[in-house]
Design a protein around this ligand. Structure first.
Ligand code: NYM
Ligand code: MG
Length: 237
């Protein structure tokens, strides 16, 4: 159909613990969706701002987006244990602000008929902050108004399999104790009424990556077909 009649794109979010395979699955999905007609593929999980080229292109963006001004502050904080500590509430607002830095670009891409794949989003934002001791109800409001996902793919990995996938990284929060709290808080968040209608799907990510990928593609293709005719993007509330 002509460009002016084109349906919007879908907002597809990957969530999960560190080493659950989010970045790998986001890339595999981008590749699968851009095959056969769609002309561009994001070559890496690094964000590529939507440009004005052909519609229908899928992009993989990652949060935190470390390339922005606030993203650089977060990067320094995450990657250096010597960095000046940030108060958990300050941290939370910075991570949220980092999503707001990209909100308009995401919305514009969706409206232009492009699907956007996100590697972490508001769910990680809420859950990591809760794991630092902040209250769930305090953590949600700063993200209200952000583009709302059409589907959330939660990659569920067992601690044993995650451990086998490699050593913990050197960044802040990459330790067993924190990961356990994050896991519990994802469960708590997904059971909360505020997100219970967010089309959240669990995938057993202990399996080999192609098996997980096949299930994700099947689901996402249905989601994309369904959103194409729905009028506009909504927001998180
Ligand atoms: N993280 C990520 C947060 O604490 N809050 C957020 O809002 C987001 C998006 O940043 N350990 C944490 C989770 C990760 C860390 O993410 C860096 P990644 O995906 O490892 O680059
Ligand atoms: Mg990490």
């Amino acid at each position: 159909r002509p460009a002016f009649m084109m349906g919007r794109g879908a907002l597809i979010v990957f969530e999960g613990l560190d080493r659950s395979g989010k970045s790998t699955q986001a890339q595999l999905l981008a590749r699968a969706l851009t095959e056969g007609g769609k002309d561009v593929l994001a070559p890496s999980p690094v964000q590529r701002p939507p440009s004005d080229d052909a519609a229908g292109v899928e992009y993989v963006w990652r949060f935190p987006d470390r390339s922005t001004h606030i993203g650089q502050t977060l990067n320094t904080y995450l990657s250096s244990k010597d960095a000046e500590p940030l108060h958990p509430r300050v941290q939370h607002l910075l991570f949220s602000a980092n999503r707001w830095e990209r909100a308009e670009a995401i919305r514009a891409a969706l409206v232009a008929g492009r699907s956007v794949i996100l590697d972490r989003y508001t769910y990680s934002g809420i859950v990591y902050s809760c794991s630092l001791g902040l209250e769930l109800d305090w953590c949600m409001p700063p993200d209200a108004g952000l583009p709302r996902p059409d589907v959330v793919c939660f990659l569920s990995v067992s601690p044993e399999v995650a451990a086998r996938r490699g050593e913990f990284g050197l960044e802040r929060y990459e330790n067993t104790e924190m990961q356990r709290r994050v896991r519990d808080n994802f469960e708590r968040l997904f059971a909360h009424t505020a997100v219970s209608d967010h089309n959240i799907h669990n995938f057993d990510a202990d399996r080999e990556m192609q098996a997980v990928h096949r299930d994700i593609v099947e689901l996402v293709q249905r989601v994309i077909a369904n959103v194409a005719d729905s009028p506009s993007t909504s927001v998180l509330s």
